[in-house]
Write a protein that binds this ligand. Sequence first.
Ligand SMILES: Nc1ncnc2c1ncn2[C@@H]1O[C@H](COP(=O)(O)OP(=O)(O)OP(=O)(O)O)[C@@H](O)[C@H]1O
Ligand SMILES: [Mg+2]
Length: 248
Amino acid sequence: MTITAKPYLQSIFIKSDASLDFNSYPFNIPAVAKLDQIRFHPDATFFVGENGAGKSTVLEAIALALGYSPEGGTRNVQLETTKSVSSLYESIGLVQSYRKPRDGYFLRAETFFNVATYMDEVGYLDGYGGKSLHSRSHGEAFLTLLTNKFNGKGLYLLDEPEAALSPNRQLAALSAIHQLVQNESQFIIATHSPILLAYPNAKIILFDETGLSEVTYEQTDHYSITRDFLNHYDRRLEQLFGPDPDES
Ligand SMILES: Nc1ncnc2c1ncn2[C@@H]1O[C@H](COP(=O)(O)OP(=O)(O)OP(=O)(O)O)[C@@H](O)[C@H]1O
Ligand SMILES: [Mg+2]
């Protein structure tokens, strides 16, 4: 039997001694209430689901359990935070590889600005191509992370990395992710991007009211709705904006 270093984070599970309150956040979210365990793909695992399904809540809990600040960044970034974090991280156990990743990052779109400010303050710009992230556009700064900051042999947790990226840059991000995967990296990504989700070396986990389930790319709404809309957008716009048939 070959023992492989990846996935660095093999799985998470809800600790059996955890006290869970199903009436309040985060266990009042159906997908979190039904969370038992998640097994990760060695290369990439995507979290998908409707807005509010619990993807960020679970990703944040994993990040906190791994020692990241709720604001994100590298593990060296421990920013004072005003963010209210859920206690989920205290209830989850981590199953990790015998080998620790050499690099890592927790990226959350909402607080990326604060992390960029911190990087400027501590004068730590080497990993960012020697130029402040604030002097780049939002999308350029994000892509700089992937191409300059991430060194490989890493475990990267990304919450909606596509938020700032043009379709063209999403393709560039896909290529950067693939290069990092080939350099022994593992990704866990919450996303709504039909482009990123097409990454083939991946497992897609759908969060919904029935809990968590593995789906194929073609089974995601991201694929089917986007494809249908692009193929029939004239008709779909008519249906969306057209006169209400009940009123005519
Ligand atoms: N700090 C908080 N306190 C209480 N409820 C919260 C908190 N953060 C999120 N929630 C609620 O938990 C639910 C899940 O939120 P979460 O941010 O995990 O969703 P998501 O799947 O990441 O959605 P999106 O696709 O919009 O990013 C939402 O209904 C949200 O309102
Ligand atoms: Mg989210």
